[in-house]
Design a protein around this ligand. Structure first.
Ligand SMILES: [Zn+2]
Length: 279
């Protein structure tokens, strides 16, 4: 029952992610524009005030057009008003967020009481931010500060509140060290390659991921999985010869996926590794 409810909640948040990502990007395009037209457009695109609209024709959407997944299927993947196709990415993002919410409950490694429940709720917030970042990075090769910075604030708050709640303030150096390791490594890669190997957004995101996974060893796991996933995923593209090594492949989605794996599956992986080291 809770799994279904969380899945539905995730689908609703996925729909929010779609709107958020599109609006952030449209706002970015407007950033340098001045005048009455731009001001009105800016207001329409506001995440707080703006009404939902078709990305193509700008027609305001009614409630029946906004039911996640269902509306898209019912309308055959087209806008009711201009009949332009609406990308399958919209329902896909909604279903992905729903699946992540439900699976997080199934695989949640901590308790669901007190500090554990607090961390779970914040984890759902992180998931929403992560899906938004992944979509943005895949489409426009950028991790926008307007998503990354709030996540840094949430991560700092999570570490501080959890430490105080668990009377474990002396162990706070662990998440801080984890963040310093990923941030430091990425910052060096960024400087050495002048942004070619790794984007500035990845460097800032490193702070969030380090604080979130919480220990230096897990920070290394995130780097390991992200590199592995990134390499595996780029093999078919490289084999086809479509993109050379120099082609821009966004690293953000792999980094985010790696962090999800480490948060949900970190404990068994760490135990397995410790078993290997002992014998
Ligand atoms: Zn339309």
């Amino acid at each position: 029952m809770i799994i279904v409810a969380l899945g539905l909640l995730g689908i609703i948040f996925g729909s929010f992610v779609n709107a958020l990502v599109w609006r952030l990007h449209e706002q970015e395009l407007l950033a340098d524009k001045k005048g009455v037209q731009a001001a009105k457009r800016r207001h329409d695109l506001s995440i707080v005030n703006g009404r939902s609209m078709c990305p193509d024709c700008g027609h305001e959407l009614a409630a029946k057009d906004l039911v996640p997944v269902v509306s898209w299927l019912a309308l055959g993947g087209r806008c009711r008003y201009c009949h332009k196709p609406i990308s399958w990415q919209y329902p896909a993002v909604e279903l992905l967020t729903g699946a992540l919410f439900a699976l997080s409950y199934v695989w949640w490694p901590l308790s669901l009481h007190n500090a554990g429940l607090f961390q779970f709720v914040l984890w759902l917030v992180f998931l929403v931010g992560f899906v938004a970042l992944a979509v943005y990075d895949i489409r426009w090769f950028l991790l926008p500060d307007r998503v990354v910075f709030p996540l840094i604030a949430v991560a700092v708050a999570q570490v501080a509140v959890t430490a105080i709640w668990n009377h474990d303030v002396t162990n706070m150096w662990q998440p801080v060290a984890a963040a310093a390791i990923i941030f430091g490594l990425f910052w060096m890669l960024f400087q050495a390659s002048k942004g070619a190997w790794i984007g500035g957004g990845d460097v800032k995101l490193a702070i969030v991921l380090g604080l979130l996974v919480g220990t230096p060893f897990r920070a290394f796991l995130v780097i390991f999985f992200a590199s592995l996933l990134g390499t595996l995923a780029s093999v078919p593209t490289l084999a086809k010869g479509k993109k050379g090594w120099k082609a821009h492949i966004p690293f953000g989605p792999y980094l985010l996926l790696a962090a999800v794996i480490v948060v949900l599956y970190g404990t068994p992986i760490v135990n397995w590794y410790q078993g290997l080291v002992q014998y």
